[in-house]
Design a protein around this ligand. Sequence first.
Ligand code: LHQ
Length: 266
Amino acid sequence: MSEPLVLVDRRAGYRVLTLNRPERLNAFSEDMHRALATALADAEADDACRALLLTGAGRGFCAGQDLNDRLPKDGKMPILGVTLEQFYNPLVLKLRALPFPVVAAVHGVAAGAGSSLALACDIVLAARSAKFIQSFAKIGLIPDAGGTFVLPRLVGRARARGLALLAEPLLAEQAEQWGLIWKAVDDEKLMVEAEALCLRFTSAPTAGLALIKRALDAAEDNDYQAQLALEARLQREAGLTPDFAEGVRAFMEKRAPVFTGRKENS
Ligand code: LHQ
């Protein structure tokens, strides 16, 4: 039997998903896309799953689209827009919409759509030796899978243009200094730190964190007034969760809160 294209490790309260085509630096084939979509849907359907860790097998995180898969066939050019609509766009939308935090642990390279994939996660940790490469310009393409949206928002216009037009590798520490990622960590500590974050999320007020994700995503499109209105709506929801009541009770009683992560009492 062939190896699964995405390895799923079910831990107490969270899952680790590992892209598993190491011989191609975990570049995406259609089958790997399908396997990842299934793994994400399974995690979402599991009430006990309160965080996700996304990483890559072998010596890199992900080299983007498998270019062997998108070679001209019988003299016909592949229609790349269809690939984006069918696979990448639903993938990054799903990652952002998952009702719990998604942590990316990046080592080696995150290139092309592999970089966009990492940047669609909520928290990106990278090994100090890791590199983010907007490889697209080297092959005549544009940053996709949300790349043109997130890059200028994360690092500003000048740096986004430099990264996208020059396609030079950006080292993890610089990526952290520029605000592209949350943190660069020592190589040997990458997985330990990523797992520690996920573990921390397993006892967090998960329903509230899901609302935070929604609010921050919406803030990228809303004006101030619309965002204030949304905050009022989402805070109303947050204020009705059992975890808010528990958080306040625990504060008053000077003890650590015990959060269920749920929207309602079950
Ligand atoms: C690969 C790949 C790869 C196949 C390494 N494909 N084999 C979305 C949707 C629709 C269409 C089009 O595009 C997109 C978005 C995209 O993602 S386009 C951008 C695609 N990615 C790239 O252009 C990156 C291509 N890869 C590289 O530039 C290098 O491999 C990097 C800089 C990532 C790593 O370099 P090295 O560390 O020197 O490794 P390597 O080049 O030796 O790669 C190891 C193997 O992996 C090698 O195979 P081989 O059989 O020679 O050992 C590569 O051919 C293979 N590989 N990326 N994207």
